[in-house]
Design a protein around this ligand. Structure first.
Ligand code: RFL
Ligand code: PHB
Length: 389
């Protein structure tokens, strides 16, 4: 098989990029290791920045997002008795939209056939070849039969564990990494949210987040030691812990219900640079991971795709090879700022096991400062709604 761009991975990054290229008449094929149902079963991000919403608008795939997404004008940081509201709309004139990654992925998947985006699911043994040169190719097997896609560019959109990043020689790429000593246990339930806006809480027992997917579906998180297993957390224990950590006001409005999904995800900050090598561009989690505290993972994947689509249009439509060469620097400039924000909000809102009274005093002082300073709130707000692309 021959195409212009082979996209590895059909998560949000791969599908968004595929649709953007097809909309401009660029040939591409997407290959994905999992089945569509498996991809849709992964409950992940829930907060969309402007960049992500704009890409869906540009593709004309935003009808459901417009109808069902919940615009949020603010969110809250809680610490003990105190609740600091960050007025996103008042401070930046912008908002975020609460709409699950699953729904966004479904919208992109559902439009694939009619838009002529070929996605091959359930492929195995994916390997990238000759990424250094001008004629790279990808091999894989499907239903036991070996296949090969020859192309001009490979877009590695295959997440943190995919093979694309590993195709860059170790002498060229560098890892920057920070692991955190806890994970987030998430619970999804068909119950109304306890508050109309998100609450991130730093409690002496640990972190908690009250989020949502709709007016009738809630998503909550607590941080847990990495040694905990999901069996250690029956639903009632999760609800009890949330009620304590989120505080009495939220607890009074919290409705409990059976978990539709419950899982523990480790927290990590990770950047791989450069994000381009030869004919290979990396997008999304394939190149970087943020801890979920800033709600940035999916949105960073979208901003990478924005830059990658720009570079590929420049290359295929105008023969501009510099567009490809400039992709990594452009994308990384925004990636590092989101990494910084996600890391600093994680630092502020979690109790780290190694922290003593000094570190806790620093958190209290920072929250005092945020509570009393419009400048500090503006800084948080402009990062949360998303920096410009
Ligand atoms: P994805 O969504 O991981 O998609 C990558 C796709 O590549 C496929 N793949 C392969 N395909 C072909 N061949 C191979 N060898 C392949 N290996 C892998 C995978 O099956 C998959 O379909 O990456 P993408 O598109 O870059 O999108 C990024 C976002 O998914 C990610 O940043 C966020 O979901 C991160 N994230 C969260 N972000 C938030 O903002 N808020 C959250 O609450 C939140 N929770 C999460 C998360 C990520 C998690 N992961 C990665 C374990 C919870 C979890 C559990
Ligand atoms: C979510 O709703 O899953 C969510 C919201 C905000 C975050 C992380 C996750 O910061």
């Amino acid at each position: 098989m021959k195409t212009q761009v082979c996209i590895v991975g059909a998560g949000p990054a791969g599908l968004l990029l595929g649709h953007l290229l097809r909309a401009e008449g660029i040939e591409c094929v997407v290959i994905e290791r999992r089945s569509p149902d498996y991809v849709l079963g992964r409950i992940r991000a829930g907060v969309l920045e402007r960049v992500t919403v704009s890409l869906m608008e540009r593709l004309g795939l935003d009808a459901r997002l417009k109808a069902e997404g919940l615009p949020h004008d603010g969110f809250n940081l809680a610490d003990g008795e105190r609740l600091v509201r960050i007025d996103l709309a008042g401070l930046t004139g912008q908002h975020v939209v609460v709409y699950g990654q699953t729904e966004l992925t479904r919208d992109l998947m559902d439009a694939s056939e009619e838009r002529g985006l070929e996605v091959i699911y359930e492929v195995e043994d994916v390997a990238l070849h000759d990424v250094d040169g001008d004629a790279p190719f990808v091999t894989f097997s499907k239903g036991g039969a070996g296949q090969r896609i020859d192309c001009r560019i490979i877009a590695g959109c295959d997440g943190f564990h995919g093979p694309s990043r590993r195709a860059v020689p170790a002498s060229v790429g560098k890892d920057y990494e920070r692991e955190y000593p806890f994970g987030w246990l998430g619970i999804l339930a068909d119950v109304p949210p306890c508050n109309h806006e998100l609450i991130y809480a730093n409690h002496e027992r640990g972190f908690a987040l009250a989020s949502m997917r709709s007016k009738t579906r809630s998503r909550y998180y607590v941080d847990v030691p990495l040694t905990d297993r999901i069996e250690d957390w029956p639903d009632e224990r999760v609800w009890d812990e949330l009620a304590i950590r989120l505080g009495p006001e939220a607890a009074a409005h919290m409705t409990r219900g059976p978990a539709l999904e419950k899982s523990i995800a480790p927290l990590r900050s990770f950047v791989f640079a450069p994000m381009r090598h030869g004919s290979l561009l990396l997008c999304g989690d394939a190149a970087h991971i943020v801890p979920p505290t800033g709600a940035k993972g999916l949105n960073l994947a979208a901003s990478d795709v924005h830059y990658a689509a720009e570079a590929l249009l420049g290359f295929f439509k105008r023969g501009d090879a510099d567009a490809i060469a400039g992709y990594s620097d452009k994308a990384l400039a925004r990636v590092w700022k989101s990494e910084r924000f996600s890391w600093s909000l994680t630092r502020l809102m979690h109790r780290f096991p190694e922290d003593g009274p000094f570190e806790r005093a620093m958190q209290v002082a920072e929250l005092d400062y945020i509570a009393s300073s419009r400048a500090a709130q503006t800084s948080i707000a402009e990062n949360y709604v998303g920096l410009p692309v």
